[in-house]
Design a protein around this ligand. Sequence first.
Ligand code: GLN
Length: 539
Amino acid sequence: MNKYIFVSGGVCSSLGKGVAASSLGALLEGRGLNVRMVKCDPYINVDAGTMSPYQHGEVYVTDDGAETDLDLGNYARFTNAPLSKANSITTGQVYDAVIRKEREGRYLGRCVQVIPHITDEIKSRITAAAKEDPDTDVVIVEIGGTVGDIESIPFLEAARQMIHECGRTNALSVHLTLIPEVAGGELKTKPTQHSVKAMQEMGIQPDILICRAPAMLDEATRRKLALFCNMESDAVFTSYNIDTTIYEIPLVFFNQKLDQVILKKMGVESRHAKLDAWHSMMKHFKAQEGVVKIGIVGKYMELHDAYKSVYEALFHAGLANGVRVELCKIDSTPLEDYSKAAGILGKGGQEVDGILVPGGFGQRGINGMVNAARWARENKVPYFGICLGMQIMVIDWGRYVLGLDDADSSEFNQDTKNPVVSLLEDQEDVVNYGGTMRLGKWESLVEKGTLIFAAYGESRISERHRHRYEFSNAYRKDMSGTGLKLTAFTPDGALVECVEWPDHPWGLGVQFHPEFKSKPTAAHPLFRDFIAAVKKKAR
Ligand code: GLN
């Protein structure tokens, strides 16, 4: 029988529930268990695909093309659990499925209700995620929102039912709360007690409490919490503030024996913990020397979460190269005047050692990004373009090497005579915004003797996509004839997947999103090589 761990949150949001759930996943994998991760999101959007990165942060994409919540990115960075559409459950999906069944008459005339129909749909989706792999041992289900929110009630009720049906050794509740500090430095447990009470009112007695606190809670506080929250005395853990990296959290929990206690509660015999990769990652972290500064010239600069996976992947690449990566977020609007580019990016300005242009949609800020690429190309500053960032390289080449002043993407200028980036013909009448993109895993063939081949060390690669526009094949000849290297293609040769600058230390753009596959314990090869080139240049 599969085991389930439901991770809920209380007191307030943004306590790092995703990181806690992922760290738990990492620890259980370290104990040799086969872990699956599921996120339940209470919003009514069917998926995160239609949400603005400004509001909700990055859209994380899976191999099978699901556009999901950014928490799945945490799962991917901390665990080896495979992720697909089955691992992201939203209220929107659940209602959509139930309403469809109702329209098809599949409820046989019964009155369709939140309980049992919505809760049954949630339960069947959670068990379906567990069944994706017959060898699954544990499914960690993170329930979005905060206990007490109206929206999360059906998810908590589904969890309650599953705990009841599976039995307490097969299904646990882990509750994450905040222990605030008031004036005078005193730590307060009352909000946590109320939060656990709210869980109990939902019919769930948490088995494990993880408290976010400024520092490790002392024995007396932990005992007090256990007593008033009706829990065993070994069940209270602290996720204290750390000044290293979130990737130390699995070890922070390990040192408090969180995994041992969970194994005991689940009746799984204890086995040796294998956490070498995490220990060695921390060793790399501590051994980092020097700093390189990466200018990120993108669209959604105000909200850190909007490019979460990109920033994390840069951090991983820093670990792999023994150097700290400083992120310098640059608004592209002032770069629209090219004469100012050097002053903003170079000496006297930000003095960046490398430039990264990440993904994005819509016209705003595009010309500034094109100028950032042009400046990096002309000044031989390492440049990494991701998705939109590759299209920007192509527009720069069109405008300033081919001399086509109006070279553009038809996304930004439908009337241009030179759409060097454009829609494929069969896409042109698409009107629906959800699910109309090249999404998910695609294979590419990589040319030998190129930067991209040097990074991957193989010619057949697979990466994830999320975009509508493509390098326009009408310009292949002119672009490559003037030196732009086209270095990876879809296996049928139809689409360009990677471009590289000639006579340049490292200028590369890819149409896919490598950031989704980078891990702290295994940096993505393209990010790794980009930072290696930056480090060499910065010396
Ligand atoms: N807006 C571009 C497109 O749709 C790039 C998308 C992206 O960067 N993810 O093709």
